[in-house]
Design a protein around this ligand. Structure first.
Ligand code: FAD
Length: 418
């Protein structure tokens, strides 16, 4: 059910990241005629988060350069910004949210786009020189520590850890990555992709160690090293912890909304309260495509789900079932992935990972003759083609996929659509 709307109605959006900013602006495009208030705990104008571990950390882009939209865009859409303000409670009976300063604001419709918080290690908060990377302020802190640092240890070999490793290495630091699993990107990528990135980092002089468990931060006031359970220590004057995130659920949980591995929403992005929708990294949403619930951490998911939530708040009935996709930039390599890895897929390789820095390669994941996921390394054309093939569940020709001399037009087996 969506809010009954009119020009005296108020929609409050909590969280001014990718999802919240898009949702607020899209509400107006969908015909919301009342007030729209976007409340965000960070004081900066909503910004693109991916550059934080890439161009911003490298000093190539400033915070101003990564704003999602200029200030004038919010004004033109009639979106009131309340930045640098945190919502601390929701009263679902009274339909109000309470701000940290004590102010209470009435809503007719509420949207939660609260994102995630970075997981960290014990003692991280009491030691200088230990960082997580979620906000522009975090990126600035890491940048300034790297300027005088010599040895960095990155705990966690996921995308963020590896992107940070690439930037710090290019700035001349000695970099060691400690990964708990037996390979990099174990949760999200095929072993061929993991091996490729391990070799890429090794070629750039990063030390990659896998199967490293029980890590502990050492130091008095400032971090001095990271110790493994085995006792081996890795001296460091800068530690970046990239061991994943947790959905920001406190508000939703305390308001009595259903929560699990995220705020539970239905396929219309509506929570267990019909007056409250949610979108982005914080949601635990059903996927008809995958036949189970998902919690995704990607710009695609935040934007697409926010647009669906905005439409439904305005009384439409739009289902969310977009194809998940993601990218990562490390050195001069762009990885683009579409779809989620399932079990028991056939893998088709296009190109040679050993020479991928020059020519790129792709790993296609097929179930029968239908592609379900693809990882494309420096292969943008293939990525675009695969997004369509996967989304439309088209039958593919494995020979053409594997043959680097076949154009992307030959990927589809023309004829019957499954
Ligand atoms: C360093 C980094 C690199 C990334 N790189 C990529 C990439 O290359 N490709 C990709 O697809 N994705 C990438 N991501 C993930 C992507 O940025 C997220 O999936 C996306 O930001 C999710 O958007 P969101 O709106 O759900 O949450 P967020 O963008 O996290 O925004 C949530 C906002 O809500 C605010 N908030 C939370 N609680 C409250 C409250 N109670 N009151 C007020 N405000 C509140 C938070 O302060 C935050 O600003 C990256 C993320 C990071 C951190």
């Amino acid at each position: 059910m969506s809010a009954i709307q009119g020009s005296d109605q108020v929609c409050i959006v909590v969280g001014a990241g990718h999802g919240g900013s898009a949702l607020a602006v899209q509400l107006r495009n969908e015909g919301w005629t009342g007030r729209i208030v976007l409340i965000g705990a960070e004081s900066a104008l909503p910004y693109h988060r991916p550059p934080l571990s890439k161009a911003v950390l490298a000093g190539e882009k400033t915070l101003d350069a990564i704003a999602l939209r200029p200030l004038s865009h919010y004004a033109a859409s009639g979106v009131e910004l309340r930045l640098g303000e945190r919502v601390v409670a929701i009263d679902r009976q009274a339909r109000t949210v309470q701000l940290a300063g004590g102010e209470s604001l009435h809503y007719d419709a509420l949207a939660l786009c609260t994102g995630t918080v970075a997981r960290t290690l014990p003692r991280a908060n009491e030691l200088q020189g230990v960082f997580t990377l979620r906000t522009a302020e975090d990126a600035e802190r890491i940048r300034s520590a790297a300027a005088s640092g010599k040895r960095a240890v990155i705990v966690g070999g996921g995308y963020i850890g590896l992107e940070v490793a690439a930037v710090l290495r290019q700035q001349g630091l000695e970099v060691t990555v400690l990964e708990a699993a037996s390979r990099l990107l174990a949760r999200v990528a095929h072993p061929v992709v993991s091996d490729y990135f391990a070799a890429l980092h090794a070629r750039h002089g990063v030390t990659i160690l896998t199967g490293i468990v029980g890590v502990e931060l050492l130091g008095e006031a400032t971090v001095s090293a990271v110790r493994e359970a085995s006792g081996r220590t890795h001296p460091a004057d800068l530690v970046v912890v990239g061991i994943g995130v947790l959905p920001e659920l406190a508000l939703a949980r305390e308001a009595g909304l259903e929560v699990d591995n995220g705020i539970v929403v239905d396929a219309y992005a509506c929570t267990s309260d019909p007056h409250i929708h949610a979108a982005g990294d914080c949601t635990w949403h059903p996927s008809a495509r995958y036949g189970r619930r998902l919690r995704l951490e990607s710009v695609q998911n935040a934007l697409d789900q926010a647009r669906v939530a905005a439409a439904n708040i305005c009384g439409k009935q739009v289902l969310y079932d977009a194809l998940p996709w993601f990218w990562s930039d490390q050195y001069s390599i762009k990885l683009q992935s579409a779809g989620l890895l399932l079990e028991r897929e056939t893998v088709v390789l296009r190109g040679d990972p050993l020479h991928a820095d020059e020519t790129g390669f792709c790993v296609f994941h097929l179930r029968g003759d239908v592609m379900v996921a693809a990882d494309c390394i420096n292969r943008a054309k293939e990525f675009i083609a695969c997004k369509r093939l996967i989304t439309e569940r088209l039958r593919v020709n494995p020979q053409a996929l594997a043959d680097v001399n076949s154009g992307v037009d030959a990927f589809e087996l023309r004829g019957e659509v499954l």
